[in-house]
Design a protein around this ligand. Structure first.
Ligand code: URP
Ligand code: ZN
Ligand code: ZN
Length: 471
């Protein structure tokens, strides 16, 4: 008879608030004891003084999301969670997207089926509300929030998703009444369309012009409007994938006025610039097309500053996986098309944690505690998963990463997604997860992935715990 199923010995543990050295005792997939010289276990792993952080919580990714044919997301719940595990992420929150005309309930059931039997690590769903009919607002959305789908995304752009201001007010009011977190994609749709038509009329349709059609102004205006609409309803919101200075200024303004406006950013706004979409008319820049687009070096610094000073609560990948070659991805039907027809989004589930650990913590730009807050604890709190997820503590799931420090050059060959490129090809990194545990089970050992499709659970979520509860 042993005391534990597993002991991780000699761990240098980092949480969002503390740093300490201990053994970690794991039983039934949970952390049950933290201490020195813990007793016996059926299995032991020696961390040998290496850094141990909570497994990552990637709160923004798109897996197996229905698209207009021929476009298709390259990763499903099998390959997406495989890639997550190998990059140190043990919880993902992709989107159950409502199509216009579809019931929200049907969208959730469709997603349950898409994930069933496939996921290697735990997952939850945000909803995407694209058709807020009276039934959705009065019945389906409140019921789904009560069942634990406590966050949803709304779009201010994309014809098949966008809501007008009146609709946004209606769904924000549901979030307020039922305690959900509303995530907002803030870009002004009409400005983008107007700019796109002008670019097309003058023949400027190469991938790089995607960034010209979505300048910071369109993000600034929509961010400002989203904040005003949330103020009117009196509800917290979270602005997703913030790209640079102008949106950041709006969020700082809101905070200074006492509004509960939270924010998310992503690796592409730290490590890419608009030049990655092309400095000439080459089609290769299609690889880095995402919305909002990456900006410039000065804006990268604005994002680093916001990560460090608490402006951002969440650092997500916004993994939206489309192959470069083939008919389903960046070249629809195998053709090089005008930028308006190139699927938006880039892969990043597997590289999110190592990029920030390497270029943030090990490069001296960010504390290790802040890294944990942004990649794990913050998203777990924002989306009702904390303290089960997002920390190393007694009672939490034994989702852990042991970090290996080593210099290497990142290549797509190393990665486990189904996308045929990484936007970060050739970057020198200083660390990679040497081991990933999901509820006490090894899913990645630093060399090999340990597949167990279907072991990942759909997580029941509570209300966001970033704010005091309303009484
Ligand atoms: O370009 C992006 N970000 N694609 C994914 C969809 C979204 O809006 O997050
Ligand atoms: Zn978005
Ligand atoms: Zn997204």
């Amino acid at each position: 008879m042993t005391d534990f199923d597993l002991i991780v010995r000699n761990a240098h543990v980092i949480t969002a608030s503390d740093i300490f050295d201990c053994d970690i005792g794991i039983q039934g997939g949970k952390i049950v004891q933290l201490g020195q010289a813990l007793g016996t276990a059926a299995r032991e792993i020696d961390a040998a003084g290496r850094t141990v952080t909570p497994g990552g919580v990637d709160a923004h990714c798109h897996l197996d999301q229905p698209m207009t044919p021929p476009t298709k997301t390259a990763d499903d719940f099998d390959t997406g969670t495989r890639s997550a595990a190998c990059g140190g992420t043990t919880t993902i929150i992709p989107f159950a997207a409502q199509q216009k005309g579809q019931s929200l309930r049907a969208a959730v059931e469709d997603y349950r089926a898409r994930a069933k039997g496939k996921a290697h690590v735990d997952y939850a769903f945000h909803l995407i509300v694209s058709d807020p009919t009276p039934k959705v607002l009065q019945e389906e959305l409140p019921e789904l929030i009560r069942e634990g789908f406590t966050s949803f995304k709304i779009y201010m752009t994309y014809d098949d998703m966008k809501l007008d201001d009146g609709q946004i007010l209606d769904v924000l009011d549901v979030a307020r009444q039922h305690g959900a977190m509303a995530m907002i994609h803030a870009e002004n749709s009409d400005c983008i369309e107007w700019l796109t038509k002008r670019l097309e009329a003058s023949g400027r349709t190469a991938p790089r012009f995607h960034a010209h059609a979505r300048p910071m102004l369109v993000e600034r205006e929509a961010t400002h409007r989203a904040i005003a609409l949330a103020e009117l309803v009196d509800v917290p919101i979270l602005i997703v994938h913030v790209s640079g200075r102008e949106a950041v200024e709006q969020i700082r303004w809101a905070r200074a006025h006492g509004l509960n406006v939270f924010a998310e950013t992503c690796p592409q706004y730290l490590f890419l610039t608009a030049e990655d979409l092309g400095i000439d008319d080459s089609y290769k820049g299609a690889r880095c097309i995402c919305s909002p687009p990456p900006r410039d070096k000065a804006n990268q610094q604005v994002i680093w500053d916001g990560l460090n000073d608490g402006l951002f609560t969440v650092f997500s990948s916004d993994h939206a996986p489309f192959k470069y070659d083939g008919i389903e991805g960046k070249k629809p039907n195998g053709q090089e098309v005008e930028f308006r027809h190139i699927p938006n989004g880039i892969p990043g589930l597997e590289t999110r944690m190592a990029l920030l650990w390497s270029e943030g913590v090990l490069a001296g730009r960010m504390t290790a505690n802040r890294f944990v807050e942004l990649t794990s604890t913050g998203p777990a709190k924002a989306y009702g998963l904390h303290p089960r997820k997002g920390t190393v503590a007694v009672g939490a799931d034994a989702d852990l990463v042991i970090w290996d420090e080593r210099d290497f050059v990142l290549t797509n060959e190393m990665l486990h997604h189904e996308v045929d490129y990484t936007p970060y090809e050739g970057m020198r990194l200083k660390a990679w997860p040497g081991l990933t545990l999901s509820r006490g089970e090894v899913v990645w050992d630093g060399r090999d992935f340990h597949p167990q499709p279907g072991r990942g659970e759909l997580l029941a979520r509570g209300a966001p715990t970033l704010l005091p509860t309303r009484r």
